[in-house]
Design a protein around this ligand. Sequence first.
Ligand SMILES: C[S@@+](CC[C@H](N)C(=O)[O-])C[C@H]1O[C@@H](n2cnc3c(N)ncnc32)[C@H](O)[C@@H]1O
Length: 270
Amino acid sequence: MDSAISSLLSTRFYFQEGLNVRAYEARAAQEAAMFEDHLPFYRALALACCGPVLELGCGTGRVARAMAAAGVQVTGLDLSAPMIREAQRLNVHKRLDFVLDDMARFELKRRFALVVIPFRGFHELLTQGEQQACLFCAFAHLVPGGCLALDLFDPRPEIIARPFDPEIVDLPPLSLGRATLQVSVGERRADAVRQVMSEHWTFREVAPDGRILSQEEETHTLRWVQAQEMEEMLTNAGFTQLRLTADFSGSPYRPGREQVWVAQIPSGSI
Ligand SMILES: C[S@@+](CC[C@H](N)C(=O)[O-])C[C@H]1O[C@@H](n2cnc3c(N)ncnc32)[C@H](O)[C@@H]1O
């Protein structure tokens, strides 16, 4: 990768080698417990489609490993080199491989029965153009009759209407070996025109005697999508049968909850 591009990428969330990546799996488990566990949903879909599965924005391979452990062939794709290195380090499955690439522009020369973008990874694409391009790429990598599944947060009015929220929230501490990881999140800025919001994250590794061993500051920027815009983007990309629910157990969509999408391409597509 070009060095100018890699230094630009290193300023993005998940793209630095450090505490965020090291603590990602523990933090994801904490968040899944706080919200709703999505692993059984993606694992069941992978089994129903009989693989192979492509996961876009696979991070450390948490969901990809769960699908591979169920016996499915899985490829994980992510643009963050530290995340892909961590995924490779944690992998124990022969039927799982990883690719460093951009989910908005990739060409793997292979097709899959299922493409998934779990844990709100689609929001990491920061323009409508990038999000639409990702859906075109997903479509092009599916076999006829194949499916795309992804989950998003449904934008809540109190976030969109408030351009700056100064509140800083401390997440429950996590253990990091003998040290503790303290994470605080806040100073949320929202741009309703671009549909992006960003939060300032501070990660601190604290020794048992209270000394700060290391500290990392990152900005997490996400683009939110209304359900109607998502439906239009999926339809533009060629998906025909669309199913939208409010959670992983199939409850009807309700504004302000989640958007869980399963979209299929026609069985006659090439
Ligand atoms: C919220 S994490 C989800 C990771 C994983 N799917 C999981 O459920 O644990 C989002 C991931 O998207 C990746 N990402 C961000 N922009 C990307 C892009 N343009 N192409 C591929 N991956 C990207 C990040 O590096 C990060 O690993």
